[in-house]
Design a protein around this ligand. Structure first.
Ligand code: GMT
Length: 374
């Protein structure tokens, strides 16, 4: 098949999923066209069967802002026509589903099918904006198929947007050959002293991630278990996080690593992953941790319980329950037998339920069904 993919190419779960999906589809012999504002961060080197079409937005003094969405829709339409695309798969309702709808209108007679994958904040956060609800609903209803990355997100979309459309759940995935347990002594030495445990958190440091909870949990843990905290990523709450670390006197024990493209080795070097989010449609980072054999301590928010099995591959508590999460973390880090069983169960769950091969085949089946539905 010939498949167009649009996503946010910057660091973030949706961009990572869209890019890995594109790479996997290309590897399976499909022709993949990324229609994007920048080269996606996870694309890496050259891949046969992959084409990148970068957006060049028009500026003109009369236009107060460049008409980014319209230019993107036009580029989608051109790419559909030029490469005779079968599928246009967009990741994030806003603006991509609406751009894809416009593109389809522009190429009126074309049989291209639009698939929209909902990733989370497009639904759970932007639905709070009255001005955007109708436009997101339009994108959803005009798509030929809509998928969500968890059952929880699919349910929430129905509740918030009152759409009748079927929203199929196709879970996110991980490449178990990339994210796997491995001895990474050098990385570990950079993060901690011998005998210390490494706690890891990676995110875009937005409010919903509750990074201060990560730091407070770590403060409790390090008082009992010799340990360090590695924080990966950056975003609006970064300064607040730095201030809190200073206030709690933890500067020597917390490492701010900033944005990192290659995180598989960091996961492999960690002993525990913390994800205390208040909103999380799936929690790709939790899955990556499990694939690396690292248990997760987090919250029951959104789709996290569909990924992390409480009492088997991690421990989950209510949002904001720092005390329980600290106790769970200490329990895991001080009980070798329990730790080993969680580590193995997490790895096995990632391989069996969420591996790249399993979930990419789900998308292929969906595409095939749409192409044959003419
Ligand atoms: O987590 C973020 O804030 C980034 C966001 C994104 O759009 O890239 O992540 C969302 O999509 C990921 C991939 O499907 C999910 O794993 C994240 O749970 C989801 N984030 C939220 O729902 C807050």
């Amino acid at each position: 098949m010939r498949i167009g993919i649009s996503c946010y190419p910057t660091i973030g779960g949706s961009g990572a999923v869209a890019t890995e999906l594109g790479k996997a589809l290309a590897h399976r012999g499909h022709e993949v066209h990324f229609i994007v504002t920048d080269v996606p961060f996870r694309l890496g080197g050259f891949h046969p069967n992959i084409y990148v079409h970068e957006l060049d937005t028009t500026t003109y003094p009369v236009l107060r802002t460049p008409p980014y969405d319209l230019s993107l829709a036009a580029l989608m339409a051109k790419t559909v026509e030029r490469y005779d695309l079968d599928i246009l798969h967009v990741h994030y309702a806003l603006p991509f589903a609406v751009c894809a709808f416009l593109a389809k209108e522009m190429v009126n007679d074309h049989r291209v099918k639009v698939v929209t994958t909902l990733h989370g904040t497009d639904i759970t956060v932007l639905a709070q904006e009255d001005t955007l609800v109708d436009v997101i609903r339009l994108g959803i209803t005009k798509s030929d198929a809509v998928t969500a990355v968890s059952q929880s997100l699919s349910r929430q979309t129905h509740e918030l947007f009152h759409v009748e459309k079927q929203i199929e759940c196709i879970y996110n995935f991980v490449d178990p050959d990339v994210f796997r347990p491995k001895a990474v002594q050098e990385v570990k030495r950079c993060l901690a002293k011998p005998g210390e445990k490494v706690l890891l958190h990676t995110s875009n440091f937005r409010k919903v991630k509750r990074v201060p909870d990560v730091i407070r949990i770590f403060a409790n843990v390090q008082a009992v278990v010799p340990s360090r905290l590695a924080l990966v990523g950056e975003g609006p709450e970064l300064n607040e996080a730095r201030n809190l670390v200073r206030q709690l006197g933890l500067t020597e024990k917390v490492e701010f690593l900033g944005k990192q493209d290659e995180v598989a080795e960091l996961f492999a070097a960690a002993d525990l992953f913390l994800l205390p989010s208040e909103k999380e449609s799936f929690g790709l980072v939790a899955l990556e941790a499990m694939a690396a054999g690292v248990p997760v301590v987090g919250t029951v928010a959104g789709g996290i319980p569909e990924v992390v099995l409480h009492g088997k591959t991690g421990f989950l508590a209510e949002v904001g329950d720092i005390t329980s999460m600290s106790e769970y973390a200490i329990r895991l880090l001080t009980d070798d037998g329990l730790y080993q069983s969680f580590s193995e169960a997490g790895r096995m769950r990632a391989e069996n339920e969420f591996s790249l091969d399993v979930q990419v085949a789900e998308y292929e089946r969906l595409y095939q069904r749409l192409v044959e539905s003419e």
